[in-house]
Design a binder for this molecule. Structure first.
Ligand code: ZN
Ligand code: ZN
Length: 216
């Protein structure tokens, strides 16, 4: 075993069979799951190595976990394309690579014009043995005090700038999309006072309706 190990060499890149794309350390890849019914695994390639003849290529990976693979399971605020960077490292045959993918930061992801199959985002690191997340706190929004799910439509209050789910403020999504200005319950009483004192014409910027992400 020690002998075989000594003859292995590190590769700068590897062209995955079938997808014809060069994979390098640092790239994110989709890997064939253990059960065909499961979605592809998402991993970050750390190192690529082969035997002395360049065959039997293995990739060292760091797994991204999907919310349903985490101890706490999928929560309401988890996005469809959300993954957590885990502390779980592994070695896999390069043959299990199905394609390349991109794991965006949360900010970049919310700014994508279109989300492709190969686009994911990560805002948490995940400890696979304790189930703990880093950061362990995130900003919460709306009356329901939920972290932001980029797949959900939210409207922003012109007063306090908090974001709200239409459902939480008894509003239909269609109605929310057409709003030009919105004041939440707390702010609307103050707004009434202001309106009585002045004709606030263009005091407010346009309502930001965050259809952050369209479902495919
Ligand atoms: Zn809400
Ligand atoms: Zn408000």
């Amino acid at each position: 075993m020690a002998k075989a190990r000594a003859t292995r060499k590190t590769l700068d890149s590897y062209t995955a069979k079938g997808i014809n794309k060069s994979i390098k350390p640092g790239d994110c890849v989709l890997m064939r799951p253990s059960e065909p019914s499961k979605p592809s695994y998402v991993a970050k390639v750390e190192k690529i190595e082969s035997d002395a003849r360049g065959a039997n290529v293995k990739v060292h990976v760091q797994w991204y976990y999907r919310p349903e693979e985490s101890i706490g399971g999928r929560r309401q605020f988890h996005g469809i394309k959300e993954v957590f960077l885990s502390d779980h490292h592994d070695v896999q045959s390069a043959d299990t690579i199905e394609g390349k993918c991109t794991v965006h930061t949360f900010k970049t992801y919310t700014k994508l014009d279109a989300v492709g199959n190969e686009d994911f985002f990560c805002r948490f690191e995940y400890n696979s043995s304790t189930g703990a997340f880093n950061p362990d706190r995130v900003a919460v929004y709306c009356k329901c005090e939920m972290p932001y799910n980029p797949d959900d439509l939210m409207v922003q209050c012109d007063g306090c700038t908090d974001w709200f789910h239409p459902a939480c403020i008894d509003m239909a999504p269609e109605q929310a999309k057409q709003l030009e200005h919105f004041f939440c319950q707390n702010c609307s009483s103050e707004e009434q006072k202001l309106l009585q004192n002045s004709h606030a014409t263009s005091r407010h910027t346009d309502l930001k309706v965050g259809t952050k992400r369209r479902r495919r």
